[in-house]
Design a protein around this ligand. Structure first.
Ligand code: WT7
Length: 571
Protein backbone atom coordinates (compact mmCIF):
# COMPACT_ATOMS: atom_id res chain seq x y z
CA UNK A 1 0.00 0.00 0.00
CA UNK A 2 1.24 3.46 -0.85
CA UNK A 3 1.33 5.11 2.54
CA UNK A 4 2.31 8.53 1.28
CA UNK A 5 -1.30 9.33 0.39
CA UNK A 6 -4.65 7.87 1.38
CA UNK A 7 -7.49 8.98 -0.84
CA UNK A 8 -10.90 10.00 0.44
CA UNK A 9 -13.64 7.47 -0.16
CA UNK A 10 -17.19 8.38 -0.93
CA UNK A 11 -20.08 6.48 0.57
CA UNK A 12 -19.00 6.76 4.17
CA UNK A 13 -19.10 10.54 4.47
CA UNK A 14 -21.03 13.36 3.02
CA UNK A 15 -18.23 14.57 0.83
CA UNK A 16 -19.25 18.20 0.65
CA UNK A 17 -16.81 20.03 -1.49
CA UNK A 18 -15.23 22.01 1.26
CA UNK A 19 -12.33 22.92 -0.95
CA UNK A 20 -14.56 25.22 -2.93
CA UNK A 21 -15.82 26.76 0.32
CA UNK A 22 -12.39 28.20 1.00
CA UNK A 23 -12.79 30.76 -1.76
CA UNK A 24 -14.46 33.87 -0.42
CA UNK A 25 -15.33 32.12 2.82
CA UNK A 26 -17.27 34.20 5.34
CA UNK A 27 -17.99 33.13 8.94
CA UNK A 28 -21.20 35.21 8.76
CA UNK A 29 -22.75 32.45 6.66
CA UNK A 30 -22.17 29.90 9.45
CA UNK A 31 -23.84 32.19 12.01
CA UNK A 32 -27.12 31.97 10.12
CA UNK A 33 -27.62 28.45 11.51
CA UNK A 34 -27.94 29.76 15.09
CA UNK A 35 -31.18 30.96 16.60
CA UNK A 36 -29.48 34.08 17.97
CA UNK A 37 -28.88 35.13 14.40
CA UNK A 38 -32.63 35.79 14.22
CA UNK A 39 -33.58 36.48 17.85
CA UNK A 40 -30.48 38.33 19.02
CA UNK A 41 -30.59 36.27 22.24
CA UNK A 42 -27.32 34.49 22.91
CA UNK A 43 -26.41 31.61 25.20
CA UNK A 44 -24.49 28.52 24.09
CA UNK A 45 -26.53 26.34 26.49
CA UNK A 46 -29.67 27.35 24.64
CA UNK A 47 -28.17 26.56 21.23
CA UNK A 48 -26.75 23.21 22.34
CA UNK A 49 -29.67 21.88 24.41
CA UNK A 50 -32.84 23.97 24.81
CA UNK A 51 -33.24 24.68 21.11
CA UNK A 52 -33.50 20.92 20.49
CA UNK A 53 -35.69 20.45 23.58
CA UNK A 54 -38.16 22.95 22.12
CA UNK A 55 -38.23 21.12 18.80
CA UNK A 56 -41.00 18.48 18.80
CA UNK A 57 -39.00 16.35 16.38
CA UNK A 58 -35.87 16.37 18.49
CA UNK A 59 -36.85 16.70 22.13
CA UNK A 60 -37.10 12.95 22.76
CA UNK A 61 -33.90 12.08 20.94
CA UNK A 62 -31.19 10.75 23.24
CA UNK A 63 -28.68 13.54 23.78
CA UNK A 64 -26.46 11.78 26.30
CA UNK A 65 -25.85 8.05 26.27
CA UNK A 66 -24.00 7.31 29.49
CA UNK A 67 -22.22 4.07 30.13
CA UNK A 68 -20.02 3.26 33.08
CA UNK A 69 -19.24 -0.07 34.72
CA UNK A 70 -21.88 0.59 37.40
CA UNK A 71 -24.40 2.78 35.61
CA UNK A 72 -26.15 3.07 32.25
CA UNK A 73 -28.43 5.93 31.37
CA UNK A 74 -30.00 7.73 28.42
CA UNK A 75 -30.88 11.38 28.75
CA UNK A 76 -32.96 13.11 26.07
CA UNK A 77 -32.51 16.72 24.99
CA UNK A 78 -35.67 17.61 26.89
CA UNK A 79 -34.46 15.90 30.07
CA UNK A 80 -31.04 17.52 29.85
CA UNK A 81 -32.72 20.87 29.35
CA UNK A 82 -34.85 20.41 32.46
CA UNK A 83 -32.04 19.04 34.57
CA UNK A 84 -29.79 21.94 33.67
CA UNK A 85 -32.64 24.33 34.50
CA UNK A 86 -32.75 22.77 37.96
CA UNK A 87 -29.03 23.32 38.45
CA UNK A 88 -29.38 26.87 37.19
CA UNK A 89 -32.10 27.46 39.79
CA UNK A 90 -29.87 26.17 42.58
CA UNK A 91 -27.00 28.39 41.44
CA UNK A 92 -29.27 31.40 41.28
CA UNK A 93 -30.73 30.67 44.70
CA UNK A 94 -27.24 30.73 46.18
CA UNK A 95 -26.37 34.03 44.59
CA UNK A 96 -24.33 33.03 41.53
CA UNK A 97 -24.39 35.83 38.99
CA UNK A 98 -23.34 36.49 35.45
CA UNK A 99 -19.55 36.38 35.11
CA UNK A 100 -18.93 34.43 38.35
CA UNK A 101 -16.61 31.46 38.03
CA UNK A 102 -18.20 28.16 39.02
CA UNK A 103 -15.91 25.14 39.00
CA UNK A 104 -16.87 21.52 38.49
CA UNK A 105 -14.75 18.86 40.16
CA UNK A 106 -16.59 15.59 39.79
CA UNK A 107 -16.54 12.42 37.71
CA UNK A 108 -17.95 12.27 34.21
CA UNK A 109 -21.63 11.54 34.85
CA UNK A 110 -24.99 12.77 33.53
CA UNK A 111 -25.04 15.23 36.46
CA UNK A 112 -21.74 16.72 35.34
CA UNK A 113 -23.26 17.73 32.01
CA UNK A 114 -26.51 19.05 33.50
CA UNK A 115 -24.44 21.15 35.92
CA UNK A 116 -22.20 22.40 33.15
CA UNK A 117 -25.17 23.78 31.24
CA UNK A 118 -26.75 25.06 34.47
CA UNK A 119 -23.65 27.21 34.96
CA UNK A 120 -23.93 28.61 31.44
CA UNK A 121 -27.66 29.24 31.83
CA UNK A 122 -27.09 31.68 34.72
CA UNK A 123 -24.44 33.43 32.61
CA UNK A 124 -21.60 32.20 34.81
CA UNK A 125 -18.24 30.91 33.55
CA UNK A 126 -17.63 27.17 33.86
CA UNK A 127 -14.29 25.82 35.08
CA UNK A 128 -14.17 22.05 34.63
CA UNK A 129 -11.41 20.31 36.57
CA UNK A 130 -9.88 16.96 35.68
CA UNK A 131 -11.02 14.39 38.21
CA UNK A 132 -7.46 13.18 38.88
CA UNK A 133 -6.24 16.56 40.14
CA UNK A 134 -4.82 16.56 43.63
CA UNK A 135 -4.72 19.40 46.11
CA UNK A 136 -2.05 21.61 44.55
CA UNK A 137 -3.62 21.48 41.09
CA UNK A 138 -7.08 22.23 42.51
CA UNK A 139 -5.80 25.06 44.69
CA UNK A 140 -3.87 26.78 41.86
CA UNK A 141 -6.95 26.89 39.66
CA UNK A 142 -9.53 27.95 42.25
CA UNK A 143 -7.18 30.57 43.63
CA UNK A 144 -6.23 32.13 40.31
CA UNK A 145 -9.79 32.21 38.93
CA UNK A 146 -11.22 33.46 42.27
CA UNK A 147 -13.97 30.90 41.86
CA UNK A 148 -17.13 31.71 43.83
CA UNK A 149 -18.56 28.19 43.80
CA UNK A 150 -17.34 24.63 43.47
CA UNK A 151 -19.55 21.67 42.62
CA UNK A 152 -17.88 18.48 43.80
CA UNK A 153 -18.43 15.10 45.49
CA UNK A 154 -17.67 13.95 49.05
CA UNK A 155 -14.89 11.71 47.67
CA UNK A 156 -13.05 14.61 46.08
CA UNK A 157 -13.68 17.18 48.81
CA UNK A 158 -10.55 16.14 50.69
CA UNK A 159 -8.44 17.58 47.84
CA UNK A 160 -9.99 21.03 48.14
CA UNK A 161 -8.17 23.31 50.61
CA UNK A 162 -11.51 24.86 51.58
CA UNK A 163 -10.22 27.12 54.36
CA UNK A 164 -7.48 28.64 52.24
CA UNK A 165 -9.64 29.89 49.36
CA UNK A 166 -11.16 33.21 50.47
CA UNK A 167 -13.19 33.73 47.29
CA UNK A 168 -14.82 30.32 47.39
CA UNK A 169 -18.13 31.11 49.04
CA UNK A 170 -20.11 27.98 48.29
CA UNK A 171 -19.45 24.30 47.92
CA UNK A 172 -22.14 22.10 46.44
CA UNK A 173 -21.82 18.41 47.29
CA UNK A 174 -23.26 15.90 44.84
CA UNK A 175 -24.17 12.48 46.24
CA UNK A 176 -23.52 13.21 49.92
CA UNK A 177 -25.02 10.57 52.20
CA UNK A 178 -24.54 12.71 55.26
CA UNK A 179 -23.45 16.29 54.86
CA UNK A 180 -20.19 16.86 56.71
CA UNK A 181 -21.32 20.25 58.10
CA UNK A 182 -24.04 22.70 57.23
CA UNK A 183 -21.56 24.88 55.34
CA UNK A 184 -22.18 22.73 52.31
CA UNK A 185 -25.06 22.82 49.86
CA UNK A 186 -26.76 19.44 49.51
CA UNK A 187 -27.19 19.00 45.75
CA UNK A 188 -29.46 15.98 45.98
CA UNK A 189 -31.84 17.70 48.41
CA UNK A 190 -31.84 20.92 46.38
CA UNK A 191 -32.53 19.12 43.10
CA UNK A 192 -35.69 17.58 44.58
CA UNK A 193 -36.99 21.05 45.32
CA UNK A 194 -35.66 22.95 42.30
CA UNK A 195 -38.01 23.94 39.49
CA UNK A 196 -37.19 22.55 36.06
CA UNK A 197 -38.09 25.83 34.45
CA UNK A 198 -35.61 28.63 34.19
CA UNK A 199 -35.32 31.91 32.34
CA UNK A 200 -31.94 31.76 30.65
CA UNK A 201 -29.62 34.68 31.26
CA UNK A 202 -28.96 36.03 27.77
CA UNK A 203 -25.41 37.15 27.25
CA UNK A 204 -23.24 38.84 24.68
CA UNK A 205 -21.35 36.62 22.26
CA UNK A 206 -18.17 38.05 23.70
CA UNK A 207 -19.14 37.18 27.31
CA UNK A 208 -17.19 34.49 29.16
CA UNK A 209 -18.26 30.86 28.94
CA UNK A 210 -15.37 28.69 29.97
CA UNK A 211 -11.94 28.68 31.55
CA UNK A 212 -9.49 25.85 30.98
CA UNK A 213 -6.18 25.92 32.79
CA UNK A 214 -3.22 24.79 30.79
CA UNK A 215 0.54 24.62 31.24
CA UNK A 216 3.25 26.68 29.65
CA UNK A 217 6.97 26.24 30.14
CA UNK A 218 7.15 28.69 33.04
CA UNK A 219 4.97 29.61 35.97
CA UNK A 220 1.72 28.19 37.24
CA UNK A 221 -1.05 26.95 34.93
CA UNK A 222 -2.70 29.73 32.94
CA UNK A 223 -6.44 30.32 32.72
CA UNK A 224 -7.40 30.22 29.04
CA UNK A 225 -10.61 32.21 28.74
CA UNK A 226 -13.21 31.37 26.08
CA UNK A 227 -16.41 33.21 25.19
CA UNK A 228 -19.82 32.11 23.87
CA UNK A 229 -18.84 33.05 20.33
CA UNK A 230 -16.60 29.95 20.24
CA UNK A 231 -19.78 27.98 19.52
CA UNK A 232 -19.64 29.21 15.92
CA UNK A 233 -16.48 27.21 15.29
CA UNK A 234 -17.47 24.26 17.51
CA UNK A 235 -20.56 23.89 15.38
CA UNK A 236 -18.86 24.41 12.01
CA UNK A 237 -15.95 22.05 12.63
CA UNK A 238 -18.42 19.50 14.00
CA UNK A 239 -20.29 19.66 10.75
CA UNK A 240 -17.36 19.77 8.32
CA UNK A 241 -14.62 17.79 10.05
CA UNK A 242 -16.49 15.41 12.37
CA UNK A 243 -19.07 15.09 9.60
CA UNK A 244 -22.08 15.06 11.95
CA UNK A 245 -25.44 14.01 10.63
CA UNK A 246 -28.49 14.02 12.86
CA UNK A 247 -28.64 10.26 13.39
CA UNK A 248 -24.99 9.84 14.32
CA UNK A 249 -23.89 8.24 17.58
CA UNK A 250 -20.68 9.97 18.49
CA UNK A 251 -18.06 9.26 21.10
CA UNK A 252 -15.33 11.68 22.10
CA UNK A 253 -13.08 9.94 24.59
CA UNK A 254 -11.62 13.06 26.23
CA UNK A 255 -12.44 14.15 29.77
CA UNK A 256 -14.25 17.51 30.06
CA UNK A 257 -11.40 18.68 32.31
CA UNK A 258 -9.45 19.15 29.07
CA UNK A 259 -10.53 21.33 26.18
CA UNK A 260 -11.22 18.44 23.81
CA UNK A 261 -13.76 17.16 26.31
CA UNK A 262 -15.68 20.46 26.24
CA UNK A 263 -15.29 21.73 22.65
CA UNK A 264 -15.82 18.27 21.15
CA UNK A 265 -17.27 16.33 24.10
CA UNK A 266 -20.03 18.90 24.71
CA UNK A 267 -20.46 21.75 22.25
CA UNK A 268 -19.74 20.34 18.78
CA UNK A 269 -22.00 17.27 19.10
CA UNK A 270 -24.91 18.97 20.83
CA UNK A 271 -24.82 22.09 18.69
CA UNK A 272 -25.20 19.66 15.81
CA UNK A 273 -27.94 17.75 17.63
CA UNK A 274 -26.35 14.29 17.66
CA UNK A 275 -26.37 11.55 20.30
CA UNK A 276 -23.28 11.85 22.45
CA UNK A 277 -21.78 8.82 24.19
CA UNK A 278 -20.17 9.54 27.55
CA UNK A 279 -18.13 6.81 29.12
CA UNK A 280 -17.12 6.66 32.78
CA UNK A 281 -14.48 4.35 34.22
CA UNK A 282 -10.94 3.49 33.26
CA UNK A 283 -9.37 2.80 29.88
CA UNK A 284 -8.74 -0.73 28.69
CA UNK A 285 -8.77 -1.72 25.02
CA UNK A 286 -11.54 -4.23 25.86
CA UNK A 287 -13.82 -1.72 27.59
CA UNK A 288 -13.37 0.83 24.83
CA UNK A 289 -14.09 -1.65 22.04
CA UNK A 290 -17.13 -2.69 24.04
CA UNK A 291 -18.29 0.94 24.22
CA UNK A 292 -18.01 1.27 20.43
CA UNK A 293 -19.79 -2.02 19.84
CA UNK A 294 -22.59 -1.80 22.40
CA UNK A 295 -23.60 1.77 21.52
CA UNK A 296 -23.22 1.34 17.75
CA UNK A 297 -20.92 4.32 17.66
CA UNK A 298 -20.67 5.83 14.18
CA UNK A 299 -18.07 8.55 14.81
CA UNK A 300 -15.15 8.29 17.18
CA UNK A 301 -12.81 11.13 18.23
CA UNK A 302 -9.82 9.93 20.22
CA UNK A 303 -6.08 10.33 20.76
CA UNK A 304 -2.92 8.68 19.41
CA UNK A 305 -1.94 7.46 22.86
CA UNK A 306 -5.12 5.34 23.04
CA UNK A 307 -4.84 4.26 19.42
CA UNK A 308 -1.29 3.03 20.01
CA UNK A 309 -2.59 0.87 22.86
CA UNK A 310 -5.17 -0.63 20.51
CA UNK A 311 -2.43 -1.42 18.03
CA UNK A 312 -0.44 -3.16 20.79
CA UNK A 313 -3.52 -5.09 21.90
CA UNK A 314 -3.40 -6.86 18.52
CA UNK A 315 -5.71 -7.68 15.63
CA UNK A 316 -7.30 -10.72 17.33
CA UNK A 317 -8.93 -8.63 20.04
CA UNK A 318 -10.67 -6.27 17.66
CA UNK A 319 -12.22 -9.21 15.79
CA UNK A 320 -14.24 -10.09 18.89
CA UNK A 321 -16.31 -6.93 18.54
CA UNK A 322 -18.83 -5.75 15.97
CA UNK A 323 -17.62 -2.32 14.97
CA UNK A 324 -19.47 -2.20 11.66
CA UNK A 325 -21.40 0.96 12.67
CA UNK A 326 -18.21 2.97 12.80
CA UNK A 327 -17.83 5.23 9.75
CA UNK A 328 -15.47 8.02 10.78
CA UNK A 329 -12.46 8.20 13.13
CA UNK A 330 -10.52 11.29 14.19
CA UNK A 331 -7.50 11.96 16.36
CA UNK A 332 -6.02 14.86 18.30
CA UNK A 333 -3.43 15.82 20.89
CA UNK A 334 -0.16 14.38 19.65
CA UNK A 335 1.50 13.38 16.41
CA UNK A 336 -0.49 10.58 14.78
CA UNK A 337 1.93 7.85 13.77
CA UNK A 338 1.56 6.67 10.15
CA UNK A 339 1.64 3.06 11.47
CA UNK A 340 -1.59 3.74 13.34
CA UNK A 341 -3.23 4.91 10.12
CA UNK A 342 -2.10 1.71 8.38
CA UNK A 343 -3.47 -0.36 11.25
CA UNK A 344 -6.87 1.36 11.11
CA UNK A 345 -7.11 0.83 7.36
CA UNK A 346 -6.44 -2.85 7.96
CA UNK A 347 -8.71 -3.52 10.95
CA UNK A 348 -11.55 -1.01 10.45
CA UNK A 349 -11.13 -0.26 6.77
CA UNK A 350 -11.26 3.39 7.83
CA UNK A 351 -8.89 6.30 7.60
CA UNK A 352 -7.95 8.17 10.77
CA UNK A 353 -8.33 11.90 10.37
CA UNK A 354 -5.78 13.88 12.35
CA UNK A 355 -6.74 17.31 13.72
CA UNK A 356 -4.50 19.97 15.21
CA UNK A 357 -5.46 22.67 17.66
CA UNK A 358 -4.77 23.77 21.24
CA UNK A 359 -6.50 24.81 24.46
CA UNK A 360 -5.85 28.41 23.42
CA UNK A 361 -7.38 28.00 19.97
CA UNK A 362 -10.67 26.64 21.35
CA UNK A 363 -11.41 24.53 18.29
CA UNK A 364 -9.81 22.69 15.38
CA UNK A 365 -7.70 24.73 12.98
CA UNK A 366 -5.65 22.30 10.90
CA UNK A 367 -7.45 19.13 9.93
CA UNK A 368 -8.03 16.30 7.53
CA UNK A 369 -11.50 16.82 6.11
CA UNK A 370 -13.39 13.69 5.06
CA UNK A 371 -13.09 14.90 1.45
CA UNK A 372 -9.31 15.32 1.60
CA UNK A 373 -6.49 13.07 0.61
CA UNK A 374 -4.63 12.12 3.79
CA UNK A 375 -0.85 12.23 3.92
CA UNK A 376 0.08 10.06 6.90
CA UNK A 377 2.35 11.99 9.25
CA UNK A 378 0.78 15.32 8.32
CA UNK A 379 -1.81 17.10 10.48
CA UNK A 380 -3.65 18.20 7.35
CA UNK A 381 -4.65 21.64 6.15
CA UNK A 382 -6.39 24.68 7.68
CA UNK A 383 -10.19 24.66 7.78
CA UNK A 384 -12.04 27.20 5.62
CA UNK A 385 -11.89 30.61 7.26
CA UNK A 386 -8.53 30.00 8.93
CA UNK A 387 -5.15 31.10 7.65
CA UNK A 388 -2.12 29.19 8.90
CA UNK A 389 1.54 29.74 8.09
CA UNK A 390 5.05 28.97 9.19
CA UNK A 391 6.69 32.15 10.47
CA UNK A 392 10.09 33.15 11.79
CA UNK A 393 10.59 34.70 15.22
CA UNK A 394 9.62 38.15 13.90
CA UNK A 395 6.37 36.87 12.43
CA UNK A 396 7.46 36.84 8.79
CA UNK A 397 6.06 34.06 6.65
CA UNK A 398 8.51 31.38 5.55
CA UNK A 399 8.38 29.52 2.22
CA UNK A 400 7.18 25.89 1.91
CA UNK A 401 9.31 23.10 3.37
CA UNK A 402 11.08 25.42 5.79
CA UNK A 403 10.75 24.68 9.49
CA UNK A 404 9.57 27.43 11.83
CA UNK A 405 6.81 28.53 14.18
CA UNK A 406 3.35 27.25 13.35
CA UNK A 407 1.19 30.38 13.40
CA UNK A 408 -2.45 31.31 12.77
CA UNK A 409 -3.74 34.65 11.52
CA UNK A 410 -5.45 36.28 14.52
CA UNK A 411 -9.23 36.39 14.65
CA UNK A 412 -10.87 32.95 14.21
CA UNK A 413 -14.20 32.61 16.10
CA UNK A 414 -13.08 30.30 18.95
CA UNK A 415 -9.79 32.02 19.74
CA UNK A 416 -9.17 32.55 23.48
CA UNK A 417 -10.05 36.10 24.46
CA UNK A 418 -7.71 36.40 27.46
CA UNK A 419 -5.37 34.65 29.81
CA UNK A 420 -7.20 35.11 33.09
CA UNK A 421 -5.79 38.12 34.98
CA UNK A 422 -2.63 38.01 32.86
CA UNK A 423 -2.81 40.43 29.89
CA UNK A 424 0.95 40.37 29.41
CA UNK A 425 0.95 36.63 28.89
CA UNK A 426 -1.95 36.93 26.46
CA UNK A 427 -0.14 39.56 24.38
CA UNK A 428 2.98 37.42 24.26
CA UNK A 429 1.20 34.86 22.06
CA UNK A 430 0.82 37.36 19.21
CA UNK A 431 3.51 38.60 16.86
CA UNK A 432 2.87 40.74 13.82
CA UNK A 433 -0.82 39.77 13.65
CA UNK A 434 -0.09 36.05 14.05
CA UNK A 435 -0.98 33.79 16.96
CA UNK A 436 2.26 31.85 17.49
CA UNK A 437 1.51 28.35 18.74
CA UNK A 438 4.80 27.19 20.28
CA UNK A 439 4.84 24.21 17.91
CA UNK A 440 7.42 23.88 15.19
CA UNK A 441 6.27 22.59 11.83
CA UNK A 442 6.69 23.00 8.11
CA UNK A 443 4.21 23.29 5.28
CA UNK A 444 4.63 21.37 2.03
CA UNK A 445 3.94 22.77 -1.47
CA UNK A 446 0.34 21.63 -1.29
CA UNK A 447 -0.38 23.39 2.00
CA UNK A 448 -0.25 20.30 4.24
CA UNK A 449 1.30 20.97 7.69
CA UNK A 450 3.83 18.60 9.26
CA UNK A 451 4.37 18.77 13.04
CA UNK A 452 7.99 18.69 14.20
CA UNK A 453 7.93 19.31 17.95
CA UNK A 454 7.45 21.91 20.64
CA UNK A 455 9.65 24.99 20.64
CA UNK A 456 9.31 25.43 24.39
CA UNK A 457 9.72 23.01 27.30
CA UNK A 458 6.06 21.98 27.45
CA UNK A 459 5.72 18.20 27.85
CA UNK A 460 3.08 16.11 26.04
CA UNK A 461 2.66 12.82 27.87
CA UNK A 462 -0.09 10.49 26.66
CA UNK A 463 -1.66 13.51 24.99
CA UNK A 464 -1.76 15.50 28.22
CA UNK A 465 0.01 18.79 28.49
CA UNK A 466 2.30 19.20 31.50
CA UNK A 467 4.36 22.22 32.45
CA UNK A 468 7.78 21.31 33.84
CA UNK A 469 7.67 24.19 36.30
CA UNK A 470 4.64 22.76 38.08
CA UNK A 471 6.33 19.41 38.54
CA UNK A 472 9.62 21.00 39.62
CA UNK A 473 7.80 23.16 42.17
CA UNK A 474 6.11 20.14 43.67
CA UNK A 475 9.32 18.10 43.72
CA UNK A 476 11.23 20.68 45.74
CA UNK A 477 8.46 20.71 48.33
CA UNK A 478 9.61 17.22 49.27
CA UNK A 479 11.99 17.43 52.22
CA UNK A 480 14.67 15.33 50.53
CA UNK A 481 14.77 17.34 47.30
CA UNK A 482 17.03 20.37 46.97
CA UNK A 483 16.69 21.20 43.26
CA UNK A 484 14.78 19.75 40.35
CA UNK A 485 14.76 19.99 36.55
CA UNK A 486 12.04 18.25 34.57
CA UNK A 487 11.95 17.25 30.89
CA UNK A 488 9.89 15.20 28.45
CA UNK A 489 11.72 12.07 27.31
CA UNK A 490 10.59 10.44 24.06
CA UNK A 491 8.60 7.24 24.60
CA UNK A 492 7.13 4.98 21.91
CA UNK A 493 3.76 4.50 23.60
CA UNK A 494 3.18 7.70 25.56
CA UNK A 495 4.83 10.14 23.14
CA UNK A 496 6.86 11.51 26.03
CA UNK A 497 7.32 10.50 29.64
CA UNK A 498 8.19 12.90 32.43
CA UNK A 499 11.75 12.59 33.63
CA UNK A 500 12.99 14.49 36.67
CA UNK A 501 16.56 15.25 37.60
CA UNK A 502 16.97 16.14 41.26
CA UNK A 503 19.64 16.93 43.79
CA UNK A 504 19.19 15.74 47.36
CA UNK A 505 19.42 17.72 50.56
CA UNK A 506 22.25 16.80 52.95
CA UNK A 507 21.49 13.73 55.03
CA UNK A 508 19.41 11.96 52.37
CA UNK A 509 20.68 8.93 50.61
CA UNK A 510 19.72 7.89 47.12
CA UNK A 511 17.81 4.61 47.05
CA UNK A 512 14.81 3.15 45.24
CA UNK A 513 12.39 3.59 48.09
CA UNK A 514 13.23 7.28 48.42
CA UNK A 515 12.73 7.78 44.68
CA UNK A 516 9.40 5.99 44.81
CA UNK A 517 8.39 8.11 47.80
CA UNK A 518 9.21 11.27 45.85
CA UNK A 519 7.25 10.04 42.86
CA UNK A 520 4.23 9.31 45.03
CA UNK A 521 4.59 12.74 46.60
CA UNK A 522 4.03 14.38 43.21
CA UNK A 523 1.31 11.93 42.28
CA UNK A 524 -0.73 12.50 45.43
CA UNK A 525 0.04 16.21 45.70
CA UNK A 526 -0.38 17.34 42.08
CA UNK A 527 -1.85 14.63 39.85
CA UNK A 528 -1.04 11.18 38.51
CA UNK A 529 -0.34 12.30 34.96
CA UNK A 530 2.23 14.84 36.21
CA UNK A 531 4.24 12.35 38.31
CA UNK A 532 7.69 11.64 36.85
CA UNK A 533 8.09 8.08 35.58
CA UNK A 534 11.84 8.41 35.89
CA UNK A 535 13.83 10.24 38.54
CA UNK A 536 17.57 10.57 38.35
CA UNK A 537 19.79 11.96 41.07
CA UNK A 538 22.47 14.45 40.09
CA UNK A 539 25.18 16.34 41.96
CA UNK A 540 23.87 19.59 40.52
CA UNK A 541 21.19 20.87 38.16
CA UNK A 542 22.48 23.03 35.28
CA UNK A 543 21.26 26.62 35.54
CA UNK A 544 21.85 29.87 33.75
CA UNK A 545 23.62 32.65 35.61
CA UNK A 546 20.23 34.20 36.24
CA UNK A 547 19.13 30.97 37.91
CA UNK A 548 16.92 29.45 35.20
CA UNK A 549 17.01 25.68 34.95
CA UNK A 550 18.55 24.66 31.62
CA UNK A 551 16.06 21.95 30.69
CA UNK A 552 17.35 21.91 27.14
CA UNK A 553 20.76 20.87 28.39
CA UNK A 554 19.26 18.16 30.60
CA UNK A 555 17.41 16.88 27.56
CA UNK A 556 20.53 16.86 25.40
CA UNK A 557 22.39 14.90 28.06
CA UNK A 558 19.53 12.45 28.38
CA UNK A 559 19.34 11.87 24.63
CA UNK A 560 23.09 11.95 24.06
CA UNK A 561 22.76 14.94 21.75
CA UNK A 562 25.21 17.79 21.22
CA UNK A 563 24.71 20.34 23.99
CA UNK A 564 24.82 23.44 21.79
CA UNK A 565 25.43 26.86 23.26
CA UNK A 566 26.14 26.62 26.98
CA UNK A 567 27.68 30.06 27.35
CA UNK A 568 24.98 31.15 29.79
CA UNK A 569 25.63 28.16 32.06
CA UNK A 570 26.44 29.12 35.64
CA UNK A 571 29.83 28.02 36.97
C1 WT7 B 1 -0.53 20.87 21.97
C2 WT7 B 1 -1.77 21.47 22.54
C3 WT7 B 1 -6.70 20.74 21.81
C4 WT7 B 1 -6.28 19.43 21.48
C5 WT7 B 1 -5.75 18.69 22.66
C6 WT7 B 1 -4.41 19.17 23.13
C7 WT7 B 1 -0.01 19.10 20.54
C8 WT7 B 1 -2.26 18.82 19.43
C9 WT7 B 1 -1.71 17.67 17.67
C10 WT7 B 1 -1.57 16.94 16.45
C11 WT7 B 1 0.75 16.84 16.85
C12 WT7 B 1 -0.54 17.94 18.42
C13 WT7 B 1 0.72 20.35 20.08
C14 WT7 B 1 -0.13 21.47 20.65
N1 WT7 B 1 -0.93 18.64 19.50
N2 WT7 B 1 -2.76 18.23 18.33
N3 WT7 B 1 -2.64 16.64 15.70
N4 WT7 B 1 -0.33 16.54 16.09
N5 WT7 B 1 0.68 17.52 18.00
O1 WT7 B 1 -4.51 20.49 23.58
O2 WT7 B 1 -3.35 20.31 25.78
O3 WT7 B 1 -3.63 22.55 24.64
O4 WT7 B 1 -2.05 20.82 23.76
O5 WT7 B 1 -0.75 19.49 21.71
O6 WT7 B 1 2.01 20.38 20.62
O7 WT7 B 1 0.58 22.67 20.84
P1 WT7 B 1 -3.41 21.08 24.51
Amino acid sequence: MDMTKVQARSGKHNLADLESMREGFDWEEVKKDFSWYKTGKVNAAYEAIDRHAENPDKKDQVALLYSAPDREESVTFQQLSKQSNQTANILKKYGIQKGDRVFLFMPRSPEFYANFFGILKVGAIAGPLFEAFMEQAVRDRLEDSEAAMLITTPDLLGRVPVDELPHLKQIVLVGAENLPEDDYIDYDAEIKEASDEFDIEWVDREDGMLIHYTSGSTGKPKGVYHVHNAMVQHYATGKWVIDFKEDDVYWCTADPGWVTGTSYGIFAPWLNGVTNVIRGGRFTPESWYETLDKNNVTIWYTAPTALRKFVSAGDELVKQYDLSSLRHVLSVGEPLNPEVITWALRVFDLRIHDTWWMTETGAMLIVNLPSMEIRPGSMGRPIPGVEAAIVDNEGNELPPNQMGNLAIKKGWPSMMRAIWKNPGKYESYFINGWYVSGDSAYMDEDGYFWFQGRLDDVINTSGERVGPFEVESKLIEHKAVAEAGVIGKPDPERGEIIKAFITLNPGYEANDSLLEEIRQFVKTGLSAHAAPREIEIKDSIPKTRSGKIMRRLLKSWELGLPTGDTSTLEE
